[in-house]
Ligand binder design. Structure first.
Ligand code: S6P
Ligand code: ZN
Length: 188
Protein backbone atom coordinates (compact mmCIF):
# COMPACT_ATOMS: atom_id res chain seq x y z
CA UNK A 1 0.00 0.00 0.00
CA UNK A 2 1.39 3.43 -0.85
CA UNK A 3 0.58 6.46 1.26
CA UNK A 4 -0.56 9.86 0.07
CA UNK A 5 2.24 12.30 -0.73
CA UNK A 6 3.33 14.64 2.03
CA UNK A 7 3.72 18.32 1.30
CA UNK A 8 7.37 19.21 0.60
CA UNK A 9 8.91 21.39 3.28
CA UNK A 10 12.22 22.72 4.59
CA UNK A 11 13.70 23.39 8.00
CA UNK A 12 16.53 25.75 8.86
CA UNK A 13 19.35 24.36 11.01
CA UNK A 14 21.65 26.53 13.09
CA UNK A 15 24.94 24.62 12.86
CA UNK A 16 26.33 26.20 16.05
CA UNK A 17 23.36 25.61 18.33
CA UNK A 18 21.47 22.78 16.62
CA UNK A 19 18.25 24.78 16.83
CA UNK A 20 15.71 24.18 14.08
CA UNK A 21 13.17 26.56 12.58
CA UNK A 22 10.48 25.41 13.12
CA UNK A 23 11.50 23.46 16.25
CA UNK A 24 8.33 21.81 17.63
CA UNK A 25 9.72 18.70 19.32
CA UNK A 26 12.67 19.21 21.67
CA UNK A 27 13.74 16.46 24.06
CA UNK A 28 15.79 17.50 27.08
CA UNK A 29 18.10 14.94 28.72
CA UNK A 30 19.69 15.69 32.09
CA UNK A 31 22.41 13.70 33.84
CA UNK A 32 19.60 12.25 35.95
CA UNK A 33 18.39 10.47 32.79
CA UNK A 34 21.84 8.87 32.54
CA UNK A 35 21.82 7.51 36.09
CA UNK A 36 23.66 4.18 36.08
CA UNK A 37 25.25 4.74 32.66
CA UNK A 38 28.62 6.12 33.84
CA UNK A 39 31.23 4.20 35.82
CA UNK A 40 31.46 7.00 38.41
CA UNK A 41 28.57 8.49 40.36
CA UNK A 42 26.85 11.63 39.06
CA UNK A 43 27.43 14.66 41.30
CA UNK A 44 24.66 16.91 40.03
CA UNK A 45 21.72 15.11 38.34
CA UNK A 46 20.19 18.45 37.31
CA UNK A 47 22.96 19.30 34.86
CA UNK A 48 21.83 19.34 31.23
CA UNK A 49 23.49 16.63 29.10
CA UNK A 50 21.86 16.92 25.68
CA UNK A 51 18.87 18.06 23.69
CA UNK A 52 17.37 16.42 20.62
CA UNK A 53 15.46 18.56 18.12
CA UNK A 54 13.25 16.47 15.86
CA UNK A 55 11.90 17.29 12.45
CA UNK A 56 8.22 16.33 12.53
CA UNK A 57 7.49 13.57 10.00
CA UNK A 58 5.35 10.41 10.40
CA UNK A 59 7.63 7.63 11.74
CA UNK A 60 6.95 5.18 8.96
CA UNK A 61 9.24 3.05 6.83
CA UNK A 62 8.66 5.19 3.74
CA UNK A 63 9.87 8.38 5.45
CA UNK A 64 13.23 9.69 6.63
CA UNK A 65 13.22 11.01 10.17
CA UNK A 66 15.87 13.51 11.15
CA UNK A 67 17.00 15.45 14.18
CA UNK A 68 19.82 17.51 15.58
CA UNK A 69 21.49 16.52 18.84
CA UNK A 70 23.30 19.07 21.00
CA UNK A 71 25.57 17.28 23.47
CA UNK A 72 27.14 19.41 26.19
CA UNK A 73 30.83 19.22 27.06
CA UNK A 74 31.66 17.76 30.45
CA UNK A 75 32.69 14.66 32.34
CA UNK A 76 31.39 12.30 34.99
CA UNK A 77 34.53 11.01 36.69
CA UNK A 78 36.96 10.50 33.79
CA UNK A 79 34.21 9.78 31.24
CA UNK A 80 33.12 12.40 28.77
CA UNK A 81 29.41 13.18 28.51
CA UNK A 82 27.61 10.89 26.07
CA UNK A 83 24.17 10.08 24.74
CA UNK A 84 22.36 7.06 26.17
CA UNK A 85 22.99 5.08 23.02
CA UNK A 86 20.63 2.58 21.50
CA UNK A 87 20.05 -0.18 19.01
CA UNK A 88 17.22 0.47 16.63
CA UNK A 89 14.10 -1.47 17.60
CA UNK A 90 14.06 -2.74 14.03
CA UNK A 91 17.68 -3.83 14.12
CA UNK A 92 18.63 -3.51 10.48
CA UNK A 93 17.66 0.15 10.15
CA UNK A 94 20.60 2.36 9.17
CA UNK A 95 21.38 5.97 9.98
CA UNK A 96 23.70 8.83 8.97
CA UNK A 97 25.23 11.36 11.36
CA UNK A 98 26.60 14.61 9.93
CA UNK A 99 28.59 16.59 12.48
CA UNK A 100 27.88 20.33 12.36
CA UNK A 101 30.06 21.68 15.19
CA UNK A 102 32.23 20.53 18.05
CA UNK A 103 34.25 17.34 18.27
CA UNK A 104 33.66 13.88 19.57
CA UNK A 105 33.63 10.17 18.99
CA UNK A 106 30.89 7.94 17.67
CA UNK A 107 31.04 4.59 19.43
CA UNK A 108 29.25 1.72 17.70
CA UNK A 109 28.77 -1.83 18.97
CA UNK A 110 27.28 -5.07 17.75
CA UNK A 111 25.37 -7.34 20.11
CA UNK A 112 28.35 -9.75 20.14
CA UNK A 113 30.51 -7.01 21.69
CA UNK A 114 32.51 -5.92 18.64
CA UNK A 115 33.05 -2.16 18.57
CA UNK A 116 34.07 0.48 16.05
CA UNK A 117 34.83 4.07 17.08
CA UNK A 118 34.87 6.92 14.56
CA UNK A 119 35.79 10.57 14.81
CA UNK A 120 33.04 13.20 14.77
CA UNK A 121 33.92 16.71 13.63
CA UNK A 122 32.33 19.28 11.32
CA UNK A 123 31.99 17.96 7.80
CA UNK A 124 32.27 14.26 8.66
CA UNK A 125 29.25 12.14 7.72
CA UNK A 126 29.28 8.89 9.67
CA UNK A 127 27.34 5.94 8.30
CA UNK A 128 25.85 3.70 10.98
CA UNK A 129 24.74 0.47 9.32
CA UNK A 130 21.86 -1.52 10.75
CA UNK A 131 22.57 -3.76 13.77
CA UNK A 132 25.12 -1.35 15.28
CA UNK A 133 24.21 0.34 18.58
CA UNK A 134 25.43 3.92 18.53
CA UNK A 135 26.47 6.46 21.16
CA UNK A 136 27.96 9.93 20.65
CA UNK A 137 30.63 11.20 23.03
CA UNK A 138 31.64 14.85 23.37
CA UNK A 139 35.43 14.90 23.79
CA UNK A 140 35.71 18.67 23.25
CA UNK A 141 35.10 21.83 25.22
CA UNK A 142 32.15 23.14 23.19
CA UNK A 143 28.77 21.54 22.38
CA UNK A 144 28.91 18.64 19.94
CA UNK A 145 26.16 19.25 17.37
CA UNK A 146 25.18 16.73 14.72
CA UNK A 147 22.32 16.06 12.32
CA UNK A 148 21.00 12.50 12.16
CA UNK A 149 18.90 11.03 9.36
CA UNK A 150 17.31 7.62 9.80
CA UNK A 151 14.66 5.35 8.41
CA UNK A 152 11.34 6.40 9.88
CA UNK A 153 10.27 3.13 11.49
CA UNK A 154 13.69 2.40 13.08
CA UNK A 155 12.46 2.98 16.64
CA UNK A 156 14.61 2.68 19.78
CA UNK A 157 15.84 -0.18 21.93
CA UNK A 158 17.37 1.58 24.94
CA UNK A 159 16.92 -1.35 27.33
CA UNK A 160 19.75 -3.49 25.96
CA UNK A 161 22.31 -0.73 26.49
CA UNK A 162 20.81 0.30 29.84
CA UNK A 163 21.19 -3.28 31.07
CA UNK A 164 24.52 -4.26 29.50
CA UNK A 165 26.32 -0.98 28.81
CA UNK A 166 28.67 -0.42 25.87
CA UNK A 167 31.74 -2.65 25.62
CA UNK A 168 34.00 0.43 25.72
CA UNK A 169 34.09 3.78 27.50
CA UNK A 170 35.76 7.04 26.44
CA UNK A 171 37.83 8.72 29.15
CA UNK A 172 40.18 11.65 29.40
CA UNK A 173 43.73 10.29 29.36
CA UNK A 174 47.09 12.02 29.74
CA UNK A 175 47.23 12.85 26.04
CA UNK A 176 43.56 13.23 25.24
CA UNK A 177 40.57 10.93 24.82
CA UNK A 178 41.19 7.21 25.29
CA UNK A 179 38.86 4.34 24.42
CA UNK A 180 39.06 1.67 27.11
CA UNK A 181 37.19 -1.53 27.93
CA UNK A 182 34.11 -0.85 30.04
CA UNK A 183 34.64 -2.59 33.41
CA UNK A 184 30.86 -2.75 33.85
CA UNK A 185 30.00 -4.21 30.43
CA UNK A 186 27.79 -7.32 30.64
CA UNK A 187 28.74 -9.59 27.73
CA UNK A 188 26.02 -11.79 26.25
C1 S6P B 1 18.04 8.42 16.44
C2 S6P B 1 19.43 9.01 16.44
C3 S6P B 1 19.66 10.27 17.30
C4 S6P B 1 19.65 9.99 18.83
C5 S6P B 1 20.13 11.19 19.64
C6 S6P B 1 20.14 10.96 21.14
O1 S6P B 1 18.02 7.17 15.82
O2 S6P B 1 20.39 8.02 16.72
O3 S6P B 1 18.73 11.25 17.00
O4 S6P B 1 18.36 9.60 19.26
O5 S6P B 1 21.44 11.51 19.26
O6 S6P B 1 20.75 9.76 21.50
P1 S6P B 1 19.92 8.65 22.31
O7 S6P B 1 20.82 7.45 22.34
O8 S6P B 1 19.62 9.19 23.65
O9 S6P B 1 18.66 8.39 21.53
ZN1 ZN C 1 19.70 5.81 16.12
Amino acid sequence: MTSAPLEPFAVTIDFATGALVPDPDVLDRRLADLDGYFVADIDDPGVGAYTVHEVRVPPTGNNLLSSTTVLAPGKVGDEYFFTKGHFHAIRDRAEIYLTLSGEGLLVMALEDGRTVTKEMRPGIANYVPGHWAHRSVNTGTTPLVFYAVYIGDAGYDYATIAERGFPVIVVEGEEGPEVRPNPRYVAS
